[in-house]
Structures are given as C-alpha cells and as structure tokens.
Design a protein around this ligand. Sequence first.
Ligand code: BDR
Ligand code: CA
Length: 311
Amino acid sequence: TRPVVISCDPGVDDAVALALAFASPELDVLAVAATAGNVSVETSSANAAALLDLFGAPAELAVHSGASGPLRGERVPDEPVHGAGGLGGVRLPPSSRRIEHDAVEHLARTILGRPGEVTLVALGPLTDVARLFAEYPRTVAALDRLVIMGGAVFAQGNVTLAAEFNFFADPEAAAAVLRAARPVELVPLDVTREAVIDRAAATALAELPSATGTIGRMLVGMCDAMAARGRPDVAVMHDALAIAAVFDPGLIEWADAAATVELDGTLTRGAVVADVRGVSGRAANVRYGAAVASGRFTQLLVERVTALRRP
Ligand code: BDR
Ligand code: CA
C-alpha cells in the first residue's frame, strides 16, 4: 500500500475523494489536512472530521486544520455548486474527532518521518502546501510524489474564463508550488471535467444504505446545484479523479510541460501558462493529464463507493 497525506476542502468532490481513498486498499491514508476553499476552514475541517467518521477511519486519525485564506488577498467566496454546508446539502452528525490547528507542521512531520515514501495529494487551494515547502524545505525532496488537482491547461477555467478554482483561490501559492524543485503530477480541469457521475447513477447510490447512500445524496445535491445553474445535470468528480490517479495512473494519458501561474493579469490571474510544445527551452516541471478514460474511472468510483459499508 502507498502512504498518502491529503490536503482538502470538502466540498462534495473532496468528500467523494476521501471516500475513494478510504475504500481503496492500495492507499494508506496517514494524514488529512483541511484548508479554506470551497467553504471556510472551520467548515472544511468539521466536514472532514464528520466524513472520517462516516468512512470508519481510525478514531486516532485527527483532522489537521490549516489556512483560513490565501497567502495574499481575500478568500474567494464559498463555491455554490457544493451547496449549503459544502456537502450537497447533506448534514452529517457532528464529530467528536480531534481537530488540530497544525496542518503545515503535521504534514511536515508525517512526510519527514518516512522520507521518500509519502505521496501528497492536494485537492484544494495550495496555501498549506506552499507554506510547507517554504517552512520545511526538506519536504520537497522527501516526498515520493506530489499529485495536485488544479489548473486548466488548454481548457477554459471554471471560476473565470482563464482560471480553475483551486489555482484562482491562491495563485501565489500555486505558482510557488509549481516553482518548487520537484515534478508535479497535475490533474487539471481538462480531464476532471470529464470525470462525472450522472443523476441516474447518483440517485441509484442514494438509495443504498450506509455511507454509500450518504455519498449518493451528496452527489444528487451537486447535480441539483449544477442543474439550477443551467449547467450539465451531473456531479463533477475533480478531486476523486486525482485520488484515483495516485493508484491507477493509467486512467489518465499524461504529457509533460514547463508550467507557471499568471499572477498579474486582470483577466487571467490564476491561469496556468504551459509550454506544451517545448518552445521555451525550459525543463518540464509538470506531468499533466491530457486525456482520461472517463468510463473506466466512473465505473471504478461507483464500485468502490458501493463497497463502503459503514453506518
Ligand atoms: C476544484 O474546485 C473545487 O470546487 C473542487 O472541490 C475541486 O477541488 C475544481 O476546480
Ligand atoms: Ca477540492
């Protein structure tokens, strides 16, 4: 099994990503950190704690709460497709799991405790990861892999025409993380947009008992929110695709590029600027998802979520 630490901002697709991580025997989740993003850091931390209960995570696995906003400027508003409370309108029983306010320190401890072994998966704004690399520079090389859901390489953005939510929410952090001297496996909007659960599949899951049904109700909530905004009637599983990419990288077709993040553009702040044809002469720093076997991904996700057997 592959040891992973996860930084997230649940968020419906973050919730499903956590479900997939805990339902997958290929992964050993060593730590869960929560950041501001889709919702405030208080809400994302409380949601993460309640989700760990739902998935039967060991009681001693705390949630490590991190950034309340970006490195610079104001926090972006709550992302409405995740519904009130961030979990598609589903209210989970309050958790008594420990919430520690030490995301960066705990990530550092965990990564440095097993040098060369740990995969860090970032599913939210990159504020805590940027701080981790700045404050504990040895963690950069100590990671086995760094997998990030974020950015749009060719695709249009989802917050602005140019920028994807996680990168837009903290462009300085995203830029710093891409500048760090290590390869990044980037799972961008280009592929995550195709990682969808349609309403029929969401409804079928919602009718099942236990944690599976609860996840299904979150998915239906996201379909409702999408449809209400005139968007396709599906739940988009951005973050779950990034988790799947950790243990089944063959789901994605990868390509290399030298990539940076625009910080100043009035229309393009937070956008990825990628040299995909090698014209700049700069060495590639990202391996990005260029295509996805979306049918196989959805099947894998539904199978694993269906196998969750918890109250
Ligand atoms: C990303 O933004 C959030 O709304 C999702 O949870 C995902 O991490 C997609 O742009
Ligand atoms: Ca997220």
